[in-house]
Design a binder for this molecule. Structure first.
Ligand code: TXA
Ligand code: MG
Length: 319
């Protein structure tokens, strides 16, 4: 399905705001992935996100805002580094962790002392957030641990009737999640590589960023296995190779599908989750992914591929 043309969107937006006000769930497009949104000030609504996703309650949610001016309602302090990053990079694929304000719900922060906030760079998202007028808590609109959705069809296919309304803004432009930067440390700490590169963060700040915290278990929700399709994923990490030649040995029937043409890193990020889903839709058993090089989006794609390839969780820590 294509995105609705302007004009048809108004009633949809009105309905979406009404659903949020009534404590319902609205899936909405961002530039990174689709979010599963609820009124961040409504505890019952936020709890429903966790139920629908099957996500453990201690995994905090990002609060989406229409503009940086709303930060004071969510953060108790906004350090100069956060102010600079927000001024330069919002709207954009960047989440800032800040000391939480006194009224922020435990259900949103997973009882942590910090809150994650971002202003997404997607026109429909900004209209929704502007019309709603307050924060919308939203994780990616997929079941816990599975592949994030980058189209409205992905969301409908994953969540079905569990979501009250899906706003269709077409395919996401970036395709991988936001960069998460903890601004409560000095210097700020990168927790998840994403749509904004480390080089860009350093350039905007004019000072270094800590990167050693990247990896599983730094924050709840950053487990080793994540973004996982059903099929097994093998990552070929020879990032410097100009050409990859693959040999396959077999004793029995073998069918090989070429899922994707050779693409630049922007397209790799944009289509990554769609390709992982495609692998499952075709019933493939093994997906061999050659990781892209580079420190920008390449880093984010390699992070997601390594998590898609990681050993799958057991039932107790599933997701
Ligand atoms: O691009 C994105 O960030 C997308 C779109 C929808 O905005 N959202 C997204 O949300 O990826 P989610 O919930 O799938 O991932 C958010 C990550 C989780 O790993 C969570 O643990 C971490 O952010 N996070 C959020 N608030 C946090 C906090 N206060 N402290 C530590 N980690 C936090
Ligand atoms: Mg997610």
């Amino acid at each position: 399905m294509t995105a609705p043309v302007e004009g048809q969107l108004e009633p949809e937006l009105d309905r979406a705001v009404a659903v949020l006000r009534a404590g319902g769930l609205v899936a909405f497009p961002t530039e990174t992935v689709y979010g599963l949104g609820a009124d961040a000030g409504n505890e019952a609504a936020v709890r429903r996100i966790f139920e629908v996703k099957g996500r453990p309650a201690d995994h905090p949610l990002i609060v989406h805002l229409a503009a940086a001016e709303q930060l004071a309602e969510w953060a108790s302090t906004v350090p100069a580094t956060a102010r600079t990053l927000a001024d330069e990079l919002w709207p954009g694929p960047l989440t800032l962790l800040l000391d939480r304000g006194p009224t922020v719900l435990d259900a949103v922060t997973g009882r942590r002392p910090t809150v994650g906030v971002r202003v997404p760079d997607q026109p429909l998202a900004l209209e929704l957030l502007g019309a709603f007028g307050s924060g919308v808590a939203a994780p990616s609109a997929n079941r816990f641990g599975k592949v994030s959705p980058t189209t409205a069809e992905h969301v409908r296919g994953d969540l079905g009737a569990d979501v009250d309304l899906v706003l269709d803004g077409g395919p996401c432009a970036v395709g991988v999640e936001s960069t998460i930067v903890d601004c409560t440390t000095d210097p700020p700490t990168l927790l998840r590589p994403g749509g904004v590169s480390v080089d860009r963060l350093v350039e905007v700040l004019g000072s270094p960023v800590r990167t050693e915290a990247v990896g599983p278990s730094r924050a709840p929700g950053m487990m080793a296995s994540h973004y996982a399709p059903r099929c097994r994923v093998e990552v070929v990490d020879e990032v410097a190779m100009a050409e990859v030649r693959v040999a396959l040995l077999r004793s029995q029937g073998l069918a090989v599908d070429l899922l994707a043409p050779s693409v630049g890193v922007d397209d790799y990020a944009r289509h990554l989750y769609g390709w992982l889903r495609d692998a499952d839709d075709r019933g493939l058993d093994v997906l061999v992914a050659v990781a892209p090089a580079g420190d920008g989006l390449g880093l984010a794609v390699r992070d997601r591929l390594s998590k898609a390839a990681a050993p799958r969780p057991t039932v107790e820590d599933a997701g």
